[in-house]
Design a protein around this ligand. Structure first.
Ligand code: ASP
Length: 331
């Protein structure tokens, strides 16, 4: 844990090189921006989804929303598109394996009633989000892991598949030449997919699904399937999703924090900035990693913030489906 003195010296050092962006966000809380003042009518339905692959995910989710469907069905259908895409190496089929060559998937889903389901360390099933939905709908539990999650999925009729595509196997074999385990700052636009939906009724739901960090240790589970870390929704307030180095999000319970800050009156943008600042103030070497938070409130106001440049998200409001670059703490 970073102590105050270390943080101050780190801040001072950063100040020498990157004073402006850092100072903006790590300002004295007493001097931080005023609470949000809602203006205009609420805007929904609306979808927001992490990274470039948010665009096709939003397209599929919008079909559900436009037909009058519920947010929970929209987010499930939306992220499945990306889970099914073998070209993406961060989610579902074709996801990067762990360092031993096994593809292990994490996902969670949460609806407007506070009901939720999750799976982690799940192998051989390309749609973990739908298994998570089944955990939510068909069991008294919230999360199933590993062998138990697979057994449940097979009982529910999911197909057992090899998720390691030729391409991801090739990349893994290349990595094994050095086996250099150094999670890099993730600024490429292909990462965990987190989606938040406000349906025509203004109800909110969210989904989050990933293959986790490429070449992780076997058994490693990140933030994405953890309710309150990778995803949190509260129908009185709004919702948030996270992407990036899961360990940092888990240590700060990032999306729960974002939603609670919105409950206290922060705008989604202010809440995402404060959650990143919390990581920057508390965790050592935070700047070695990328984290992005994305949030929406019940009025359809949305915001995002990341440690590093490069995070983006897709916004669908029925008129357009477009990519928006996130604001960030450091260049
Ligand atoms: N948050 C995910 C994890 O740590 C990975 C990512 O979004 O890059 O498993």
């Amino acid at each position: 844990m970073l102590n105050r003195r270390t943080f101050l010296s780190k801040s001072a050092l950063l100040g020498l090189f990157a004073f402006a962006p850092f100072a903006k966000s790590c300002a004295d809380p007493e001097q931080s921006a005023p609470l949000a003042t809602p203006e205009g009518p609420p805007r929904f339905p609306m979808l927001i989804t992490t990274w470039n692959h948010g665009i096709p995910a939003n397209e599929a989710a919008w079909e559900v929303i436009a037909a009058g469907g519920k947010a929970i069905d929209a987010v499930e259908q939306g992220v499945r598109v990306v889970e099914n895409d073998p070209e993406g190496h961060s989610v579902g089929l074709g996801g990067a394996p762990d360092r031993d060559g096994h593809v292990t998937l994490d996902a969670c889903i949460m609806d407007e009633t506070g009901n939720c389901g999750a799976v982690c360390f799940l192998e051989h099933i390309k749609n973990p989000i739908s298994v998570a939905r089944k955990v939510m709908d068909e069991t008294p539990h919230v999360m199933l892991a590993g062998e138990g999650a697979l057994q449940f999925a097979l009982e529910q009729g999911f197909e057992k598949e090899n998720l390691l595509t030729e391409e991801s196997e090739k990349l893994w074999k290349k990595w094994r030449e050095t086996s250099d385990y150094k999670p890099l700052i993730n600024i490429e636009n292909h990462d965990t997919i987190g989606m938040l939906a406000l349906d025509k009724e203004g109800n909110i739901s969210g989904a989050c699904t990933t293959s986790g960090l490429a070449y992780k240790m076997r058994g490693r589970v990140g933030d994405s399937p953890i309710i309150g870390a990778g995803l949190f929704c509260d129908n009185e307030v709004g919702g948030a999703v996270a992407t990036g180095m899961g360990e940092l999000v888990m240590k700060t319970l990032g999306t729960f924090l974002v939603v609670e800050l919105m409950r206290q009156g922060r705008s989604p943008q202010q809440a995402c900035e404060e959650a990143v600042d919390r990581i920057a103030k508390k965790l050592p070497n935070f700047d070695d990693f990328q984290i992005g938070f994305l949030a929406i409130n019940k009025r359809g106001e949305h915001g995002s913030y990341a440690i590093h440049k490069g995070f983006n998200y897709a916004l669908h409001d029925g008129k357009s489906n477009e990519l928006i670059d996130s604001d960030f703490l450091m260049e």
